[in-house]
Every structure is written in structure tokens, then in C-alpha cells.
Design a protein around this ligand. Structure first.
Ligand code: ATP
Length: 210
């Protein structure tokens, strides 16, 4: 099983890394690909170039096995649609289960993404959520009712098409807050791996002084 975790990663932080690791462990994902998007179709453009955001993820992952930074979106023009990214993964791994990780906030708008139902032909969705009650709008709820997997084993039995909810530890860290701290000249230790903080400081990223 291959995991795909897309994001702007502007910059990557422990709020990305810990939940991704928990999903990897729980589901038995053999390789987790962190995919920085080049161009963000659903939001404002990232502050730092795609190449540098990739370099930050690479530094965050270090030499750890079972994880990698995947720069395939950097080589594609136009908006970085998840559908296109997953189609390219599917070409590379025609039969293996693929799982796309996303936070619950991102999942809530899933049906407004480019070709959402075709995405489910290519991959499973794993929604990382907080403990507690979760309400979804009726269209999304219908999709969940149709597709929900009750155990990780069900994701191994098919190569795509199921939706699995996993509770992960919530670390209330956002890239927005980290950028704000940098701009204010504050220290970002313990929010990101040391190797990431070191690059951000050395290159004066997010200080508004580039
Ligand atoms: P920004 O503050 O710039 O909006 P972000 O910190 O939310 O960025 P993204 O790169 O946009 O980071 O997020 C990529 C994915 O990681 C999304 O699916 C998002 O839901 C998830 N994510 C981001 N922060 C956390 C967190 N603290 N805990 C769990 N999931 C997170």
C-alpha cells in the first residue's frame, strides 16, 4: 500500500508529520509520499517556491525509511489537481492500493474538487480527524455511507474506492502561524524539525525580506 500526502507544506511542520506517521503505522503503508503542490487550485499561492518547499520536506524526512518527498507536481504545468497526481501514481503502481491522506477540513470540500468520483476510482481516501462527533452535509454523507471502510484491512482488499476515518493526534500547528512567527522575527523551534528551522533561518524565509 502506497500513501500520498499532498499539501502546500509552506512550510512542513509537526502537525503534518505526526498524523501522517500515525496513519502510516495504523494502515501498514509501505511508502508514504509527501507531495508538495506546485500550484494551489483551492487557495492563495504559497509564499515560498515549490523547489524550496520540497527541500524543506526533504530536510524534515531526513534519512528515514518508508517516507519520501515526491516532486512530481513540480514537473506539471497548470493547477495541481489531485486527480492528475493520482493518475500518475496509478500508472506507476497499476494494482497496489493507493491511499490519499487528507485532513477533515479538506475532506469537507472534497465534492467540489476536480473529478472527485474519478479520484475514488484511483485511490482510497483516509480522512484524519479529531475525536468526537462529526457532521457532514447530506451529499457527502451519502458518499460516506456508500464507501466507508470499517477497518484498515478493507483498504488492503481493494486498490481504490473506500473512505476510511482515522483519529490522529491533533497538534494545533499551522503553516500560517509559523509564517507569522517568522515574519515577527520569532523562534519556531519545536514546531518544525530542527533541520527545517535551520534552512528557514539561514535563507530568511517568511521574513518578508526575500
Ligand atoms: P496553511 O496554514 O498555510 O493553510 P497548513 O498548515 O494547513 O497550511 P497544508 O500544507 O495546507 O498545511 O496542509 C496539508 C494537509 O495537512 C491538509 O490535508 C491539512 O488538512 C493537513 N494538516 C495541516 N495541519 C494539520 C494539523 N495540525 N493536524 C492535522 N492535519 C493537518
Amino acid at each position: 500500500m502506497i500513501g500520498i500526502f499532498g499539501g502546500t507544506f509552506d512550510p512542513v511542520h509537526y502537525g503534518h508529520l505526526r498524523p501522517a506517521f500515525e496513519v502510516q503505522e495504523e494502515l501498514g503503508i509501505r511508502q508514504m509520499h509527501f507531495v508538495p503542490l506546485r500550484d494551489a487550485p483551492h487557495r492563495g499561492q504559497p509564499e515560498v517556491s515549490p523547489e524550496l518547499r520540497c527541500a524543506l520536506v526533504r530536510a524534515a524526512l531526513g534519512r528515514r525509511s518508508g517516507v519520501c518527498v515526491d516532486d512530481r507536481e513540480l514537473h506539471r504545468d497548470g493547477p495541481s489537481y489531485s486527480y492528475d497526481t493520482l493518475a500518475s501514481f496509478r500508472q506507476q503502481w497499476p494494482n497496489e492500493p493507493l491511499v490519499l491522506l487528507l485532513g477533515e477540513d479538506a475532506f469537507r470540500s472534497f465534492l467540489s474538487w476536480h473529478r472527485p468520483l474519478d479520484i475514488l476510482e484511483l485511490a482510497h481516501l483516509v480522512v484524519m480527524q479529531r475525536p468526537g462527533e462529526h457532521q457532514f452535509d447530506s451529499q457527502l454523507q451519502a458518499l460516506i455511507t456508500d464507501r466507508q471502510a470499517d477497518s484498515p484491512g478493507e483498504l488492503h482488499d481493494a486498490s481504490a474506492g473506500r473512505i476510511y476515518f482515522q483519529q490522529v493526534m491533533q497538534l494545533d500547528i499551522s503553516a500560517t502561524r509559523i509564517r507569522e512567527l517568522c515574519t515577527a522575527g520569532r523562534d519556531i523551534s519545536y514546531l518544525v524539525p530542527d533541520a527545517v528551522a535551520e534552512i528557514i533561518e539561514r535563507l530568511k524565509l517568511y521574513t518578508g525580506k526575500l
